[in-house]
Design a protein around this ligand. Structure first.
Ligand code: GLN
Length: 309
């Protein structure tokens, strides 16, 4: 049983919206602090082309950590699985996304997974390209293909704001450079990473990306394989085990779908084989996930029995 009208979604959004009051908009990246706390929206995109939306669906927001899923897919397409997982692990952590703690206790030093900042920085460092511009261009092309929306671009205000304040991410990079996990100039990598995180999308864009992943990496409208099936499976599995940071276990139990969140309040989700979900709600809970967005997905999953388990 799937949702088949906007009205059904409107009702869920209005029920979930009250939870935004208990959350807090991220402001450690100063430009994100300007988001409207009470915003909440959702879009669904099915493989047959039907879309349903509710809430503040015209609001655009930046990918932030949602970009980690797609950067991982691109880095594996560029380098192969073996090379990528030589430098980054496959295990969830019980730590916050920006934690530095586990890096020193792992021998040899290696970030636990590609969905935390340390792992994502290693992954971005593996994207092929002659320059930052080139690498970012290749990443944007992947997003244009997945969304079928070539107008998607970087929000430079957000990327500049993060670049100026990303000292913890710089610390992670220098530590990992010392251990041979990162090569090249750290400032260049922070430049790429902050721009990758600042790509601006709508929840419909996220839903379409989720739909292509649900469809094993193939765009059903063009029949083009955008992400090879094995790589799509791999990134979806990371979404289940690590996509909601150190709340991934509870999310798997309460919602039960592959999903990835970002501190802008975006969440991408998917239900194989035919449905992609995009959510936006910038008020976050203490783990850094959209507080009302998670509630909304919980209600949606219960109403339509979406859990994959
Ligand atoms: N750009 C953000 C950071 O590195 C992404 C983090 C997130 O969305 N959790 O801090």
């Amino acid at each position: 049983m799937y949702c088949e009208t906007d009205d059904e979604l409107v009702e869920l959004v209005e029920r979930a919206r009250k939870y935004t009051e208990d959350g807090k908009v991220a402001d450690y990246i100063p430009a994100l602090g300007r988001a409207e706390k009470c915003d909440l929206s959702i879009a669904l995109y099915y493989t047959d082309g039907r879309c349903f939306k509710a809430g503040d669906v015209d609001k655009l927001f930046t990918l932030q950590s949602v970009s980690k899923v797609l950067a991982l897919a691109l880095a594996i397409m560029d380098n192969g699985e073996e090379e990528v997982f030589r430098k980054v692990g496959m295990e969830p952590t019980g730590d916050p996304f920006n934690s530095i703690a586990k890096l020193e206790s792992q021998v040899p030093a290696k970030p636990l997974n590609p969905m935390i900042n340390a792992g994502a920085l290693v992954v971005s460092n593996m994207i092929e390209g002659r320059s930052t511009h080139d690498k970012l261009g290749r990443f944007l092309t992947l997003i244009h293909d997945l969304t079928n929306n070539t107008s998607i671009d970087v929000d430079h205000e957000v990327s500049d704001s993060e670049f100026e304040t990303a000292h913890l991410n710089r610390a992670l990079c220098y530590y990992m450079k010392q251990h041979g996990l990162i090569t090249g100039d750290v400032e260049d990598l922070i430049d790429l990473y902050t721009r990758q995180c600042a790509i601006k999308v709508s929840c419909l864009d996220l839903a379409r990306i989720g739909m292509v992943l649900a469809n094993k990496g193939r765009d059903p409208e063009t029949n083009r394989m955008i992400i090879p099936e094995g790589i799509a499976t791999l990134v979806k599995t990371f979404m289940v085990t690590c996509g909601m940071y150190n709340a991934s276990g509870e999310f798997a139990i309460r919602v039960g779908i592959p999903a990835k969140s970002g501190v802008s309040g975006g969440i991408i989700g998917l239900v194989p084989p035919s449905m992609g979900i995009g959510v936006y709600g910038p008020a976050l809970n203490e783990k850094g996930n959209s507080i009302a967005g998670v509630k909304l997905l919980e209600m949606l999953s219960q109403r339509y029995e979406l859990s994959i388990f």
